[in-house]
Design a binder for this molecule. Structure first.
Ligand SMILES: Cc1cc2nc3c(=O)[nH]c(=O)nc-3n(C[C@H](O)[C@H](O)[C@H](O)COP(=O)(O)O)c2cc1C
Length: 327
């Protein structure tokens, strides 16, 4: 079984980490491990598979995150993912959204270690690529000491190859999925304790990690770090990842070249019917907190609304930007 480095991973994020966003992130770092948005097992089995699963070969290494609670359907969905060429199947056992809870999956599965164990062991009989779990520290009034260890042990015993832990509990009642990403308070020590408890298993920490110094500090205690919102707000943060975290040579590629490559990709995608709204989304925040961020976004809006010459596509936004047209 091929194992990939998970020292720095990008979180599965619904409505963000689609194939276009991942293509763009891969231009920024060769070494990060990427994940899809969560896709439900039902959607994979009954939905438009190619639309849900298609990705560019440059995106490797990439994990497919699936959600569900049916032992059979989860194994079928995992097999579909393996056939599509994904490098890993990740199980979503951390999402607290009411919609996901209604389907009795996501974070609510943390209360049913036995079912999770059956889901994992059944998937393991069907596929050869790694099967991993993304979870929380627990739900509601579960005990982080006792219940979390029981849950982690049952995942490992069932054959989970790696665990990603969002370092806070999920509250299933009374607060939204969004609020559940800032509440309750973060508890990194609980994740370090799990690494001590399960020394042989790769443990990845997640939650409000925003700087290279923080990443390096976490790497003293766990095997990898997963970044979420930081990358939505500032994707160019990843330009330093390969040197800073993986000790590789700095990419010689310049931001202009990255935008040029992405523009060529965009032209191709738009010819194939992808909407401009989806194509420009990964670029929206690249100049956040820089003097001309607003002008850049205005340029992208003009491009989306066909107010620019279509000849040069997306790259004309960048050329105009460099020439100060949007200032
Ligand atoms: C917009 C958005 C969508 C998300 N979608 C998913 C998802 O599909 N699957 C999942 O496991 N977590 C999802 N999450 C949670 C993130 O993967 C991550 O655990 C969380 O944001 C904490 O990490 P951060 O503080 O670095 O953002 C999402 C988070 C955000 C902000």
């Amino acid at each position: 079984m091929k194992r990939y480095d998970h020292k720095l991973c990008i979180a599965p994020m619904m409505d963000y980490t689609d194939t276009h966003f991942r293509y763009f992130l891969r231009l920024l770092s060769q070494d990060i491990f990427l994940y899809t948005e969560m896709i439900s097992a039902d959607a994979l089995i009954h939905g438009h598979r190619n639309m849900l699963l298609k990705f560019d070969s440059s995106e490797h290494p990439i994990g497919l995150q699936i959600g569900g609670s049916s032992i059979q359907k989860m194994a079928d969905a995992a097999a579909i993912g393996q056939d599509y060429g994904y490098d890993e199947i990740n199980l979503n056992i951390g999402c607290p959204s009411p919609r996901v809870q209604k389907g009795n999956f996501g974070a609510s599965l943390m209360a049913d270690s036995q079912l999770v164990s059956k889901i994992i062991s059944n998937i393991k009989t069907k596929i050869q690529i790694p099967v991993t779990v993304k979870c929380r520290l627990g739900i509601d009034d579960q005990d982080i000491e006792k219940d979390l260890k029981t849950f982690i042990k049952s995942c490992i015993d069932a054959g989970a190859d790696l665990l990603i832990i969002h370092a806070r509990k999920a509250w299933l009642n009374g607060i939204s999925a969004k609020d559940n990403r800032v509440l309750p308070e973060i508890n990194y020590q609980a994740v370090y304790d799990i690494k001590n408890y399960a020394k042989e298993t790769e443990i990845i920490i997640n939650g409000e990690i925003n700087s290279y110094s923080d990443i390096k500090n976490h790497l003293k205690y766990v095997d990898g770090v997963m970044l979420g919102r930081k990358i939505i707000i500032n994707p160019l943060f990843l330009l330093d990842a390969d040197t800073n975290i993986f000790g590789n040579k700095k990419q010689s590629i310049k931001l202009e070249d990255i935008i040029e490559i992405y523009s060529q990709y965009a032209d191709e995608q738009i010819k194939n019917g992808v909407s401009k709204t989806r194509i420009i989304k990964p670029l929206m925040s690249i100049f956040n907190n820089k003097p001309h961020a607003k002008s850049w976004r205005r340029g992208l809006d003009n491009y989306r609304n066909n107010e620019l010459s279509p000849v040069n596509g997306l790259r004309s936004v960048h050329e105009d930007f460099l020439q100060g047209v949007y200032i």
